[in-house]
Structures are given as structure tokens and as C-alpha cells.
Design a protein around this ligand. Structure first.
Ligand code: BGC
Length: 531
């Protein structure tokens, strides 16, 4: 589909060029524990990298592994330049990177330049001298009055974007938790520090970064002159990083409409954005059992962000954030998938995990296929390939953050510890727990979700199903999403009823579930090629 924004041709990270490019989000703390302390680590993850490669993964995204109290799952960084000793050390990381590379995967790490933790040396120094050089790293105020639109990201958990620090005798700005003071991106020393810390990790051997809260980093922070020009900031950042590593990959995380995200990929500033708008539209389409919301979202996206610069997900690592829908649309999705109020969060999202939320199992299968079929690069979070569950008894966003379920042994193969603080109660005895849902049981079962994930990757690779170049095809049955690229056609029935999909003769199914020529079973899908 034509795009109004063309990429510059020097996309040297070759971000989406591997046939069937696929990103896998991996939280080391929850993946595999090698030393029995109940906490995942680098050696544990290294021993499981073949599993990751078997899914067709081309990029691993490592969630924050820095020293941290982990009050915000590691996004409360105490030191940007080290590995939390619970995970291992820099040499372990180097080994992990080398093994990933040997298996054909590149590695992005989470970079969190938007804020630090309140224990970070930058903040401790700043509190001593808010007007001095250290103080300029953060945003200070003598009062806690808020500008319109400047509200905490976690309503209900935080009341204000300002917190008072006794040492400083002033308020500091925090968009997220009060233990995460916001960095002041306007300060030239701050820019230089960000360059230095990303340079450090490139030296260790990582291939790129997911920049956390990318737009918030450059946006104003509740006081005049606290915003910087995103183009200038990120162009300079990119240029500096390319001096070190010409093919560095930069991915932006921000939940904004496509028009706002477009600026991030202009001029090759970022290779891709993690796009929430198609995810929101997909849930609306699933709630309505109609393809139209996805068709509309794709056309809006295509006008703003080329498909190979978009990262798609069904369920990311936080809540299912539906803030890009209208209030009425969001209510429709809540009614269809939240179950009860306990599943809701921040007035904008759902805490449930993918598999329990989208039961029956056939709909989970269809949405896994859909994720691989949507124009853009798909992003899976570890465990989603198995259909792992959630635990609403756990507070907040932690409800859907599960440890990996490798087998049905005590600890689920994740840990040998008698108890892991990270394994959710429902993982031990719930219907989606490791006794029933685990990698080992699914390994040799051709009907398992894991086998489907591998089959989808194989088909995408073999059919050269690139991220870009897809067009939507009009079909009569409104429940069916049809997408075409070259000789490839994918069909997904979003509804719980049988759907018709007359597509003419002369096609062979590369992969199908619930497809008989011209008909899709409830939540059926098919990947077809011109004969
Ligand atoms: C992460 C969240 C985190 C927030 C603040 C987001 O991008 O996905 O888990 O709480 O940034 O760091």
C-alpha cells in the first residue's frame, strides 16, 4: 500500500528485512532460573535460547536487567551501566549475545532514559543541589500545581505528577511512579549522558535499543521550557550512535495515534515504533466480530508509518492499554473481554492475559495467526507461544506477568526453588498453570499452540511474508479479514460463527485451521498461496 512517508534508503539496521522477522520480549527475571534462587538469570536464559530460535525469532528484546529494586518491573533503574547481579554479570551477557547471534538472532535491550529510580546516583546528587549541574538532570518546582493534561500515567496508584523531596526542599516531576523522577531532556549534559550510556551497551555488543517512553522523554514536563524538539533530539542521538555502530537498531515505545508516532520514523530517526493503534483496533474488531476496525486502522497507519516500521502485538508486557479507542469503543471491548471490574485497570485497560482473555482456545489460535499476518513485524512476549495464563489475585499489571512454564514439575521447570516470588499462584494450580500448559507437553504435539507458533514462523519465512506490501482484500462476509501480498492470501474469521470466504479457485493452503474451500469455521484461519 502506498505510504505518504518514505523511509530514507540508508536503513542500515535492516530492521525488518529477514524473511518472517519476529521479535520476542524476554524478561530475564521470569524466564529460566539456573541457580535455584527463584529468580531467572542469564545462564538460565542462555540454556533455553534454542527454544526461542525455534519460534523463528529474529530479534530478542531484553526487558530491563539493570540493578533495581524492581518496584516497576526493573524500569526503576538504579544504575544504567550494570547488570543486576541476580541476573549475572557483563560476561554472562556477552555470552548470551554471542549465543543468540550464533542462532541467528539479534538482541535489543530496553533503554530507560526517561527517568531514573529515586536511588540513582544522579538523583541523589541532584537532591543536594537542585540549581546546580546535578540538579539540572531533573525537573524541579517550588509548588505542585499541575498544567492541564499533565497527569500521572498510573491513575489510582499515583495522585500527582509532583512529589516533594525533603533533602531538596522542592517538588520533582514524575510521569510514572513517584520513585521514578523524570529526566530533564533539555539539558545538554543529560543528552551527553544518554549517548554515553547507550554507547557503553553497544560496546558490550547489543544490536540496538527499545527506547522506553520515547515521546514522553522529549515532551514538556509540566513547566515552561521543559520540552525539546523530538526531531533534533532523536536525529542527533541516532547520528551519535551510528558513529559507534552504523547498523544500530532503534525502536520507540509510545502509545499515541499514528499521526503523532509518524514523526518518530521520519528521517530514519527510529527503525520502528511499537504501535498500539492496530492493537486497539484489533480488540475492537474481535469484540464486534467484524474486520472493519482493523481495515480502517491499517489504512490510517499506512498513510503515516510504513508497515516495516511498525511492531504489532496482541498483548504486551503491561496492561492491555486501550486508551486509543473512544470511551464508547473501550466499553465495548471491556464488555467483551474484561469479565468483571477486577480485570480493569487505570480506567483504560484490562489486566488479563491473552489466552484466558480470548478463550475459547480456537480464538487464541486464530489471534496468534492474525498477529503473524498483520502488516508489520510481530512481537510475542515470552510464554505467549504456550498460551500461559494470568492471576487476577495479583495486583495491577503483575496479573499477566508469568514465569515461563517449561514443564509440569514443581516450579514448572522455571526454578528449582521451593517457592519463587515471581511465579503467580494460578500458575501452580490454575487451569492455565504449568501442570497443564507447558512447553514440554506441547513440544511434540502437532495440535499445540507452540507447534502453531513454529508453523506460522516457517510459513512466513518460506513464503517471504515480509512486513510491508500487504493490501486488504474486500470479502463479502464482514467477519473475515483478508490480506494479500504477491501470491499470498491470509484469511481470518474473527467471529464465533461459520463465515464464507469465496476467493476463487487455484489456491493451496500452506497452513490452515478450520478452512474448507470457501468456508471458515468459527475463528478459523488460512494462509493460502496461488497454485
Ligand atoms: C513500560 C512499563 C513501565 C513504564 C515506565 C513502559 O514503557 O512498558 O512497564 O512501567 O514504561 O518505565
Amino acid at each position: 500500500m502506498p505510504s505518504t512517508r518514505e523511509r530514507t534508503p540508508d536503513n542500515s539496521a535492516r530492521w525488518a528485512t529477514d524473511p518472517g522477522a519476529l521479535v520476542y520480549g524476554l524478561d530475564l527475571s521470569r524466564f529460566a532460573d539456573s541457580d535455584g534462587d527463584g529468580f531467572g538469570d542469564l545462564p538460565g536464559a542462555m540454556a533455553r535460547l534454542e527454544h526461542v530460535a525455534s519460534l523463528g525469532v529474529t530479534w530478542i528484546w531484553l526487558l530491563p536487567f539493570y540493578p533495581s529494586e524492581r518496584r516497576d518491573n526493573g524500569y526503576d533503574v538504579d544504575d544504567h551501566l550494570a547488570v543486576d547481579p541476580r541476573f549475572g554479570d557483563l560476561d554472562d551477557l556477552r555470552e548470551f549475545l554471542a549465543k543468540a547471534r550464533d542462532l541467528g538472532m539479534r538482541v535489543l535491550i530496553d533503554a530507560v532514559p526517561h527517568h531514573t529510580s529515586d536511588r540513582h546516583p544522579w538523583f541523589l546528587a541532584a537532591c543536594e543541589d537542585t540549581d546546580g549541574r546535578a540538579g539540572k538532570f531533573f525537573v524541579w518546582s517550588d509548588d505542585d500545581s499541575t498544567e492541564p493534561g499533565d497527569h500521572p500515567m498510573f491513575p489510582g496508584e499515583e495522585e500527582s505528577v509532583w512529589a516533594f523531596d525533603e533533602r531538596a526542599g522542592r517538588y520533582y516531576h514524575h510521569q510514572f511512579y513517584s520513585f521514578q523522577p523524570d529526566i530533564n531532556a533539555t539539558d545538554p549534559d543529560v543528552f551527553e549522558e544518554i549517548v554515553q550510556l547507550l554507547t557503553f551497551w553497544l560496546g558490550v555488543g547489543v544490536d540496538g535499543f527499545r527506547i522506553d517512553a520515547a515521546l514522553l522523554l522529549v515532551q514538556g514536563k509540566g513547566r515552561p521550557d521543559t520540552d525539546v524538539d523530538d526531531g533534533v533530539f532523536f536525529d542527533r542521538l541516532r547520528a551519535r550512535l551510528r558513529e559507534i555502530r552504523p547498523d544500530v537498531a532503534l525502536i520507540a515505545e509510545a502509545s499515541e495515534p499514528p499521526e503523532a508516532m509518524a514523526a518518530l520514523i521520519e528521517n530514519d530517526r527510529f527503525d520502528a515504533v511499537i504501535d498500539f493503534s492496530l492493537n486497539n483496533a484489533t480488540f475492537l474488531a474481535l469484540a464486534r466480530e467484524r474486520a472493519q476496525p482493523i481495515v480502517d486502522a491499517l489504512s490510517r497507519l499506512d498513510q503515516n508509518i510504513p508497515a516495516d516500521s511498525r511492531l504489532n502485538f496482541m498483548r504486551n508486557a503491561d496492561e492491555l492499554d486501550l486508551s486509543l479507542l473512544s470511551d464508547e469503543e473501550r466499553r465495548e471491548v471491556f464488555a467483551a473481554f474484561a469479565g468483571d471490574d477486577d480485570a480493569l485497570i487505570y480506567g483504560r485497560g484490562i489486566r488479563r492475559g491473552w489466552a484466558p482473555m480470548l478463550q475459547p482456545a480456537q480464538r487464541v489460535r486464530m489471534t496468534l495467526s492474525l498477529l503473524h499476518a498483520l502488516p508489520g513485524v510481530p512481537l510475542l512476549q515470552a510464554g505467549q507461544e504456550l498460551g500461559q495464563g494470568d492471576d487476577l489475585a495479583v495486583e495491577g499489571r503483575g496479573a499477566a506477568r508469568t514465569t515461563m512454564q517449561w514443564d509440569d514439575s514443581d516450579g514448572g521447570g522455571f526454578t528449582a526453588a521451593a517457592v519463587s516470588p515471581l511465579t503467580l499462584g494460578a500458575q501452580v494450580d490454575g487451569p492455565f498453570g504449568f501442570r497443564t500448559v507447558n512447553a514440554s507437553a506441547q513440544e511434540d504435539d502437532p495440535g499445540s499452540l507452540l507447534s502453531l507458533a513454529r508453523d506460522l514462523a516457517r510459513v512466513r519465512r518460506e513464503a517471504h511474508a515480509a512486513a510491508a506490501g500487504w493490501t486488504t482484500v474486500e470479502v463479502e462476509d464482514r467477519a473475515v479479514l483478508a490480506l494479500r501480498r504477491d501470491g499470498l492470501l491470509t484469511l481470518h474469521n474473527l467471529s464465533s460463527r461459520e463465515a464464507s470466504a469465496e476467493i476463487g479457485a487455484g489456491r493451496v493452503a500452506l497452513l490452515a485451521d478450520g478452512w474448507a474451500t470457501g468456508t471458515l469455521a468459527p475463528y478459523g484461519f488460512a494462509w493460502l498461496r496461488t497454485a
